[in-house]
Design a binder for this molecule. Structure first.
Ligand SMILES: [Zn+2]
Length: 323
């Protein structure tokens, strides 16, 4: 399966994570660094161009919390007298559509923005959101990564820091509790999972949790080894998320359909474990990476999870890197 820019653009909510998939899985195996860079650079432009016109879909949940879909990673919004609290910022060029969606939720200003991790498709909107009054909160590593040029080796691509206002001004190492709009927000750092900067944001009274990119609902995930991610860390994060959830918990996924639940998360976790075991077995037998990709260790899961831009071959390579 290859990804042309047109089929990338046919999907709402794609992200920088997906650029890697497209650049690396372009039908003829890994691209040379020069090719990968050219393709990634072109696709970043395409993603920005498309985000500029994509509609934002609003999913109203409960306790004045909504999930917003259509600008990079899925966004959560809590409204109330303390001002709007956002979890993740989307892509900057979506500002007009996001402003409209946010205005439809109520007249309050945006006062607080929480980043689930450093990736572009979750933090690119930081600068404009800060400029309209949002303080930005994140885990220590998110601030560190946003403060320097980030080189993602798998993409041969360098991401430049945002303008100063887009850097989180309040950070924490392991946990931070806030009380806003009558809701107890519990921010918690995962052990290294999708990156080593991932946090969950739990809206306690509402039994809603945004788990960032530790969960891609119904699609193969990207895993960023360049900043501490791994397949085993991603599985461990899923186990934590499952242990904390009840049948009634609304789980907001970083990518894929945003409004999810424990049973879909369990399916995702079981897929990760199954693919990991298949790839590890083949690797122990001494097979090369390309032989393992050709053996299709994801085959049993492709119909359910393989339709997004992280395709089976690219996901297999990501698992191979970590077992
Ligand atoms: Zn990510």
């Amino acid at each position: 399966m290859t990804h042309s820019p047109s089929n990338l653009l046919s999907r709402r909510g794609f992200c920088l994570c997906c650029v890697g998939g497209a650049a690396l899985a372009a039908g003829r195996g890994w691209l040379t660094p020069r090719e990968a860079f050219a393709e990634a650079r072109g696709l970043v432009s395409l993603i920005k161009d498309s985000a500029a016109t994509s509609p934002i879909v609003v999913h109203k949940l409960r306790h004045n919390i909504s999930a917003l879909e259509g600008s990079g990673g899925n966004i959560a919004v809590l409204t109330g007298p303390d001002g709007k609290v956002m979890v993740d910022a989307g892509i900057g060029v979506s500002r007009p559509q996001l402003m409209k969606a946010l205005a439809d939720l109520g007249p309050e200003p945006i006062t607080t923005l929480i980043n689930t991790h450093w990736h572009f498709d979750h933090t690119d909107g930081n600068t404009w959101l800060n400029s309209v009054g949002a303080r930005i909160i994140a885990q220590d590593s998110t601030r560190k990564y946003l403060g320097e040029v980030q080189r993602v080796e798998d993409w041969d691509y360098n991401f430049l820091p945002p303008a100063a206002g887009g850097i989180p001004s309040q950070t924490f190492a392991e946990a931070l509790d806030l009380k806003l709009n009558g809701i107890s927000l519990k921010l918690k750092h995962y052990a290294p999972a999708h990156t080593d900067s991932d946090i969950s944001v739990n809206f306690a009274e509402a039994n809603i949790v945004h788990v960032g990119d530790t969960f891609w609902n119904g699609v193969y995930p990207f895993i960023d080894y360049s900043t501490g991610g791994s397949i085993d860390g991603t599985i461990a994060a899923c186990d934590l998320n499952l242990a904390a959830a009840t049948a009634d918990t609304i789980i907001i996924a970083g990518h894929g359909q945003p409004v999810s639940n424990k049973s879909e998360l369990k399916e995702f976790r079981d897929m990760l474990v199954g693919v990991r075991e298949n790839v590890a077995t083949l690797k122990r037998q001494g097979r090369t990476r390309d032989e393992i990709v050709a053996a299709k260790p994801t085959a049993a899961y492709d119909a359910r999870f393989g339709a997004f831009v992280i395709d089976p071959g690219f996901f297999t390579r990501l698992v191979y890197e970590g077992v």
